[in-house]
Design a protein around this ligand. Structure first.
Ligand code: FES
Ligand code: FES
Length: 223
């Protein structure tokens, strides 16, 4: 004989005192709690790492005193953790040769060498440069003698307003350090991250060719 009692809706069917809906809700809450716990645990671990003797150090959010090695010299300054290397150079240390033009890593005007590697200083935190050797345009000449790249830029009139020039010189130096005799195509490619609004590229390429002991091959109208 049929049972006259209708089945209860599936979602609310009692099962050992717990409905399907409340069971799923409990699962979700448990997962969220576990996630929060693991996030908190990770934060605690990171802070603990900052306090360990050999582990990564947690700095900030207050201003911190750092020593940067710039052009072979240790230079102390106090910076906020978000300070870029470019800001530290120009605003804290008075090294204004590296130019701020785009401030977003797209023009090359702030190019410096960090441990010999071409770097746009506006895209690097000063804190990340601690422990590295930073070379700026101010440190390129040695004992009053210009770097061959600087001398060639002057000889070949490779600038107009000059605002992009420190970045182009540093990029050229990095290129020649890696490749002492680049072809014209390699020079074009190596300097492609540096923008000159005055359009001095022709003379810049000639200057790099001459600085690398080669003949200038581009006429003054560009090739
Ligand atoms: S100012 Fe740094 S790349 Fe333009
Ligand atoms: S010389 Fe003026 S922007 Fe390059």
């Amino acid at each position: 004989m049929d049972d006259p009692t209708p089945n209860p809706p599936r979602d609310t069917a009692p099962h050992a005192g717990v409905s399907r809906r409340s069971f799923i809700a409990t699962l979700g809450a448990s997962a969220a709690a576990a996630s929060l716990t693991s996030a908190a645990e990770a934060a605690r671990t990171r802070l603990a790492a900052g306090r360990t003797k050999d582990g990564p150090k947690v700095l900030g959010p207050d201003p911190v005193q750092v020593t940067l090695r710039i052009n072979g010299n240790p230079m102390e300054t106090t910076i906020e953790p978000a300070t870029t290397l470019l800001e530290a150079l120009r605003l804290n240390l008075g090294l204004t040769g590296s130019k701020e033009i785009c401030d977003r890593g797209s023009c090359g005007g702030c190019s410096v060498l960090v441990d010999g590697k071409l770097t746009v200083a506006c895209m690097m935190l000063a804190l990340d440069a601690v422990g590295s050797e930073v070379t700026t345009i101010e440190g390129l000449a040695k004992g009053g003698t210009l770097d061959p790249v600087q001398a060639a830029f002057i000889q070949h009139d490779a600038l107009q307003c000059g605002y992009c020039t420190p970045g182009l010189v540093m990029a050229s130096r990095a290129l020649l350090n890696a490749n002492p005799k680049p072809t014209l195509a390699q020079i074009r490619s190596g300097l492609s991250g540096n923008i000159c609004r005055c359009g001095t590229y022709t003379n810049v390429f000639n200057a790099v060719l001459v600085a690398s002991g080669q003949q200038p091959v581009i006429d003054s109208k560009g090739a």
